[in-house]
Design a protein. Structure first.
Lengths: 245, 56, 227
């Protein structure tokens, strides 16, 4: 199979241009979907039987949690591609994704915590999902710290890549362990961060938000990737033509 | 349903709206940060071009 | 000229690390003393009542052992990196992953095993009944093994960096949390008279997984850090 076309896209000038062209194709649909999802979730969806209107936090909490995991997975895949095939662009994708993923994790934790207060009376519960999100945040923090501590960009890329892959292998183990740990202690601490029994008109805004957030990540990734490419690029010639104002 | 009822979110308004606002802040903030990063990278790349062949 | 066989190389590596470590007894003793001190912090901070301490004993022992084991990780590769031995090892042509296992096992012998041997004394101090002491040792033995494996990855990635010690902890602690959950649980079960077969088997499984996969990561990380 002819892989040359793939390597062509991995070349910085092509990737730079392509990323620039793709950004609005990610960005505008993302915007529309998120606005639609918010309208559907906040206005149209009926209130939950048990949780009332508080359940509407689900529409920002669940997509954030989803993104925190999706981005970590994407980072790990990009890292693996960068390590195995030595494609610098893949490392650029990983580098560009880390802080976005961390932000989504923080958002999931914050919205989850706020959601917990009216539901269970406290600002924090060691619920399986929240605890998993917290550990996920620690994993992101470690990745960002490692990358920041290494000055040589190549070494930083590859070290962060190894760490990302180790992290992703550990993720299922961590999720399972935390879930098991949480079920150990029944009684007053039974918490399941509200999955209300979901009906159709509650579901579609959620799906719309999930897709919207994913496309949003695509848009932000493209922009950050362009910044990464510019920062890493040494060969002046294509830069000259590309940036010629 | 009028505006006041909508904002109240059935007495949960004080929880729902901060979440929505937080989310919008993070989403908008990340877009702004990404664009700033790109602009800064452009500026530095142009400077590098001017001062000579891309210095490491 | 005869090439050293791989099995010989592994044994030589292990023996060498042990000999070097035991030349500096104080460095070997430090994690153990740290372990004892951290464990002592809890009765002081909470209560001298053995009945109350017993309820926390599993967690306290495990957290203290975790922190003590983390302490010793920075030195896993540092000395070799500083004097150039590491480069020689990389150039030696021996399979790096296997040598990494040798170093990891040596590290466990120096750092983890003493913790395990001391743990019954500390456990008694926390009100753990005699019947549970075996589980305490087994749980910590498996746990420190897992930590040596995971920690080696962290140490290899952060080789030569400033504040490497703090960074290693940041990287390794999240990965160690599953082991902590099951390890502490095993001790708790034993304290209340149950046979902690489930958690111990899970710990053993995690150790096997770590021993299989970590050396590959360590070898990759060493190459990345040393080049």
């Amino acid at each position: 199979m002819n892989w040359i076309w793939l390597h062509k896209f991995a070349s910085p000038p092509h990737a730079y241009r392509l990323a620039g062209q793709l950004t609005p194709w990610f960005g505008w649909p993302a915007f529309l979907l998120i606005v639609t999802g918010l309208y559907g979730g906040l206005v149209l969806a009926p209130a939950d039987y048990q949780q009332g209107d508080a359940f509407r936090i689900l529409y920002v909490h669940a997509p954030s949690a989803w993104m925190s995991m999706f981005i970590y997975g994407t980072m790990a895949v990009a890292a693996a591609i960068g390590l195995i095939w030595r494609i610098k662009l893949a490392h650029g994708v990983a580098a560009a994704s880390a802080s976005v993923g961390a932000w989504f994790t923080l958002l999931a934790l914050a919205t989850g915590s706020i959601w917990g207060k009216p539901m269970w009376g406290t600002w924090w519960v060691w619920d399986a999902r929240l605890t998993s999100e917290l550990i996920q945040l620690f994993l992101y923090a470690g990745l960002i710290a490692l990358r920041a501590s290494i000055e040589d960009r190549d070494r930083a890329d590859r070290a962060a890549a190894v760490l990302a892959i180790v992290g992703v292998v550990n993720l299922p183990i961590i999720h399972y362990s935390v879930y098991w740990w949480n079920t150990l202690h029944q009684g007053a601490t039974i918490t399941k961060l509200g999955k209300p029994s979901i009906t159709g008109d509650m579901l579609w805004p959620l799906l719309v938000m999930m897709v919207g957030f994913t496309l949003y990540y695509g848009a932000v990734l493209m922009t950050r990737l362009r910044a990464e490419i510019l920062r890493r690029e040494r060969d002046a010639s294509w830069l000259r033509t590309e940036l010629a104002v | 349903m009028n505006l006041m009822e909508f904002l109240a979110m059935g007495k949960y308004g004080a929880f729902v709206w901060p979440c929505i606002i937080l989310t919008c802040a993070v989403l908008i903030g990340n877009v702004i940060a990404a664009r700033r990063l790109h602009a800064e990278a452009r500026r530095q790349a142009l400077r590098r071009l001017e001062t000579g062949r891309g210095q490491s | 000229m005869d090439r050293t066989g791989t099995a010989d190389a592994i044994w030589l590596m292990y023996r060498r690390d042990l000999l070097l470590a035991f030349r500096h007894w104080d460095q070997v003793a430090q994690p153990v003393v740290f372990f004892a001190m951290v464990t002592t912090l809890f009765p002081l901070a909470l209560s001298p009542e053995l009945g109350e301490l017993r309820q926390l004993a599993g967690g306290v022992l495990w957290v203290a052992a975790l922190l003590a084991a983390l302490l010793g990780l920075e030195f896993l590769f540092r000395a070799d990196h500083a004097d150039g031995t590491l480069e020689q090892i990389l150039l030696s042509g021996q399979p790096l992953a296997l040598l990494a296992i040798a170093k990891g096992v040596a590290h466990w012998t120096i750092c983890g095993l003493p913790l395990v041997l001391v743990s019954p004394l500390l456990a008694i101090g926390l009100g753990v009944p005699m019947e549970a002491l075996c589980t305490v040792m087994l749980s910590l033995a498996l746990g420190t093994g897992i930590l040596s494996a995971l920690g080696a990855i962290g140490a290899a990635l952060t080789l030569g960096l400033r504040r490497g010690s703090m960074l290693i902890s940041l990287l390794v602690l999240p990965l160690a949390m599953p082991a902590l959950i099951f390890g502490a649980r095993a001790i708790d079960m034993a304290i209340y008279g149950d046979v902690a077969r489930g958690p111990l088997l899970l710990l053993a499984a995690m150790l096997v997984l770590a021993l299989t996969l970590a050396p590959v990561a360590v070898a990759a990380a060493l190459r990345i850090s040393a080049e």
